[in-house]
Design a binder for this molecule. Structure first.
Ligand SMILES: [Zn+2]
Length: 73
């Protein structure tokens, strides 16, 4: 019975390590995707209210989320 409990404990321990590694890799993937969205060409500067915002959908003209004015690159 003691050996069975020991093997169960090892199995739980291995599962815990695998789960922790999966969490760490998922967090690293999130950090990478965050770095991609913070590309300098997606950062916009509003000339009306001097507000910095991120818009990844538009290339040439985007709407300021604060004052609603249009901004050109
Ligand atoms: Zn604005």
């Amino acid at each position: 019975m003691i050996t069975l409990d020991f093997s169960n404990a090892i199995a739980v321990y291995i599962l815990f390590i695998v789960f922790t590694l999966m969490c760490v890799s998922a967090m690293r993937r999130k950090e990478k995707s965050k770095g991609l969205t913070l590309d300098p060409k997606y950062i916009w500067f509003c000339s009306v209210c001097t507000y910095n915002y991120i818009n990844t959908k538009e290339d040439k003209i985007s709407v300021c989320p604060r004052c609603g004015s249009y901004n050109k690159k």
